[in-house]
Structures are given as C-alpha cells and as structure tokens.
Design a protein around this ligand. Structure first.
Ligand code: ADP
Length: 476
C-alpha cells in the first residue's frame, strides 16, 4: 500500500506487485505499485504539510519522534520477523537492525531541540547579524533493500526533526518493511502529509518525478554508485540539494603487530554480516605476509562453521543473497578468481542441499592468494566472500587500500599507536575502524568520500543535511 497524506491507499493505476522470501522463493505479500502520478500526489501532500510541520516548535516535533521511537521498540519482534522473511537476514541481525533504526528516532528527537542559530559580530555599529537555520523543504528519499528499516529512519528522523516533510520510495524487494515503518509513523500521530511512502516495482519514473518536480528541495539516496550518480546529475540540473550514500570497497588491513586470530575473528564477524550485502562490508583483506597463514587458518575455521539457511531458524548466521543476479555476480567473481590462481579455503559454491536451492544461498567463502588481476579485487562483491591478499609494508598497503574510486569504510588492525594514527589520517575513507569492526551508531556521522557519496547521515551532521543557513542583516 501507499501511504499518502496520512492515509493508506492503493495505487491510482490499481496495479500491484508480489514480494517474495529470498530464502524460500515463497510469495509473502502483494503490494500496490505506485507510479509517477502517485509520487506527484505524495510530493503535493508533503508540500502542503510543510507549512504546518515546519512552524510547530522543535519540542513538538521531538515529541512525535519520541513516540515513534517507543512504538518501534515495542514492535521490534514483529518488525524483525518480517525483515527476516522479506530480506533474509538472520533474526538476531534483524533485531539489531530494528534497534539501530529506532535509535535514529531517539537521537533526532533530541537533536531537533538543538538546532541553534547565531548572532555574529557585524562590521558596522548600527548593524546586527543573525543566522537562522531553516528546513530545506520537501525531501525525496530513495532507500535500498539491504537495511530495509534503518535506511528509512536514518533519513526520515533527521528530516522530520529539521522541520522538513518527506516522500520515501523504498526498494522494490522490501516494501513490506517500509510499510511497517510507516505504520509506526502513523501510530505515533505524525500529522498527515509529513511523511509519505510510495512503493513501486518500477523505480525509474518515480526517480524522474523526484529529480524534476519543482516542489522537491532535496534528494537523499542510498544505493548503487551507478544509480546515485545518474540521479545526482539530473537533480543538479534542477538545483536540488543532495545526499548520497553509495557503494564501497572496504579494505581490511591486518599488520604484523596485530594478533592474527583476534583480527580473523573480527573479519569473520564483520565480513559475513548481512551475507556481505553491506556497503561497509570488507571487500579486500590485506594481511601482512608474515601472518597471512595463521590469519587465514583461523578465518577459514570460523567461516567453515557458519550455517546458512532460513534466518527464522535457530543457529543460522548466513542468510540468502537477495536475488538471482546477486548470486550470479558472487559466483562469477569467485570463478574468475579461481581461474586466475586464487585458492578456495572454504566455500566457493552455491548451496543447494537441504532445500537451500529454493533460495539464493552461496556458501560463506574464504579465498587466499588473491591478486590485482582478479575481478573481486577491484569490484564490490556484495556477497559472502573474503578475499585475502598479502602485503609487505605500511606505505604499500596504504597506497593499495586507497587505489579505488570508493571511499566509504576501512578497517585496520594494529597495536602500534603511531601506525593507527597514520592509517586513520591517511586512508581516504569516511569511516575508519581501528581494531573495531562496528564503527556505526545513530550518534556517529556515516558517509563516504570519492565515489562513495556526498554528505553524512547520523550524528550532528545528519540533521545539518536538511537545513539551510539564512543570514539576516539588520540596520538599527
Ligand atoms: P542495489 O544494487 O543496491 O539494488 P540500486 O541503486 O539499484 O542498488 O537500488 C537502490 C535504490 O535505488 C532502490 O530503491 C531502487 O529502487 C532505486 N533505483 C534503482 N534504479 C532507479 C532509477 N532509475 N531511478 C530511481 N531509483 C532507482
């Protein structure tokens, strides 16, 4: 269903699309398919609502967001189960995501009250300068399927806190999760038109409406670098503000002064989260050649023990890939690496036994002897494959790590404080984890440099993305 102007409704065309469970291939729902006209109606509703929403006090907006936070926490289990069915991640990971998603409501309920202006010294004695920070206006948001709840709240919560209104187009694979988020928004009493949802099976025309409709002030997008770049170019033509969270190709660097088994444990935990389908997932494991073997042995052993399956079952740590195309891409990258000399330490094939052939399962995989000629070395995998590459010294690995158009997340294991600081400063990435595999939180700015995006989500920075700065000069 579409959620426009405070009401659930069908699409104006009357058409709908099926949503399936990627673990079983079973249909789990039928959702109204919005089109360009629906997007336009939602933008109009958001535009009308902006007048009221941007004028109520920050305390009132904060109150609504607090309510949304509490409702989402109350509904954690329902949301998590739905997410596992629709997106495939294991239930425990789904619960963590709902918590992370709710945290954005809480954080921005608080930040709403901290949008301060400034009084500046003026050059003339009869002049006063005042700086106001005001909401940009109607926001159009496009969100991905890999984190289908938190990627919505990470945009909606700061936009609403800032006084903006919003229209969200969720990914076609995960509209049901998006609808549950909007049930929370509705039940929190957020006024009609302030937040609107337009699911669709055909994102192109809705994207067209978002980048051309003059009532849209800003586009915020999370997804692939290709689609993001294309939309950004078009939005720039209409002078829309932009925030982009795009692809990554994260290096995971283990120096010889680090404990190889501790680093391998970290690698096994972060690489296989969400079956590797995360833009901050490590894609290149650079390990110093003197510890490459002990590191790889521990990684292989840990990864070999992971169980793939339906995330609703106990003990499952690897869910399916989202669709057939993702499965093919992972398989192609692994085959290409093997053909060019990589060694499969564990995994390396599609999983078909015990009913897994109904879903899109790929065995958690560790490859050693990976080199620069392989496709996996330079392209984002978005799957459960850890490629291990050996290196010799710090300057070399820093150059290798930076030799990519991406710049989202990087990870470093070292016990040497100076080296940790040099890497933190030298890595061209928006997020650097030093002996830390989880450098994300609602309070922390998330985002990339280079082709990984523009702007930040979360933290103090996340709300600034939805504000304009206005200078007032007063002659007295
Ligand atoms: P992924 O590879 O993660 O699916 P996409 O960039 O294709 O990355 O998808 C991310 C989001 O972008 C989804 O909501 C998808 O529907 C949307 N999207 C894809 N193509 C377009 C397009 N041409 N216009 C607008 N949105 C699009």
């Amino acid at each position: 269903m579409l959620y426009i102007d405070g009401e659930w409704r069908g699409s104006h065309s009357g058409s709908s699309f099926e949503v399936t469970n990627p673990a079983t291939g079973d249909p789990i729902g039928d959702v109204a398919a919005g089109d360009r006209q629906d997007a336009s109606a939602a933008i109009l509703a958001a535009s009308v609502a902006f007048n009221g929403w941007s004028r109520i006090t920050a305390f009132e907006r904060s109150e609504y967001l607090h309510r949304a936070y509490h409702l989402m926490i109350e509904r954690k289990e329902v949301l998590a189960r739905l997410m596992t069915e629709e997106q495939g991640k294991p239930l425990k990971a789904a619960r963590n995501e709902v918590q992370y998603a709710a945290d954005f409501f809480l954080w921005y309920a608080e930040e709403a009250k901290r949008i301060y202006g400034e009084i500046l010294p003026a050059p003339r004695s009869d002049q006063r300068f005042m700086v106001l920070r005001q909401p940009v206006g109607v926001v159009a948001a496009i969100t991905p399927w890999n984190y289908p709840v938190s990627m919505i709240t990470r945009k909606v919560a700061p936009a609403l806190a800032a006084g903006c209104t919003i229209v969200v187009k969720p990914a076609e694979q995960t509209p049901l999760c998006a609808m549950e988020v909007f049930n929370v928004i509705h039940d929190a009493g957020i006024p009609a038109g302030v937040a609107n949802l337009v699911p669709t099976a055909d994102p192109g025309p809705i994207g067209d409406e978002f980048v051309t409709n003059p009532q849209v002030a800003k586009l915020t997008f999370t997804g692939s670098t290709e689609v993001g770049t294309m939309l950004a170019a078009r939005a720039a033509g209409a002078m829309k503000r932009l925030s982009l969270e795009l692809g990554g190709h994260a290096p995971f660097i283990v120096f010889d002064d680090a404990d190889p088994s501790y680093a391998a444990k970290g690698a096994s935990l972060v690489k296989f989260l969400n079956t590797g389908q995360a833009c901050i997932s490590p894609n290149r494991m650079y390990v110093h050649k003197s510890i490459a073997e002990p590191f790889t042995e521990v990684l292989e052993e840990r990864v070999g023990r992971m169980r793939a399956g339906n995330g609703l079952e106990e003990g499952i740590s690897i869910g399916p890939l989202v669709d057939a195309a993702s499965l093919e891409k992972v398989d192609r990258q692994v085959k290409d690496a093997i053909a060019k000399g990589a060694v499969v330490r564990t995994g390396g094939e599609r999983l078909l036994a015990d009913g897994l052939d109904r879903g899109f399962f790929y065995a958690p995989t560790v490859l050693s002897r990976v080199n620069r000629d392989m496709e996996i070395y330079s392209n984002e995998t978005f799957g459960p494959v850890a490629p291990v590459i050996e290196f010799d010294n710090e300057a070399e690995v820093l150059a290798l790590a930076n030799d990519t158009r991406y710049g989202l997340a990087a990870y470093v294991y070292t016990q040497n404080l100076g080296r940790a600081m040099r890497m933190f400063e030298g890595l061209d990435y928006g997020i650097v984890g030093i002996n830390d595999i989880n450098p994300t939180a609602a309070a922390a700015p998330f985002g990339g440099v280079k082709h990984s995006g523009l702007g930040r989500e979360g933290g103090r920075e996340g709300i600034a993305e939805f504000l304009e700065t206005k200078l007032g000069g007063f002659s007295i």
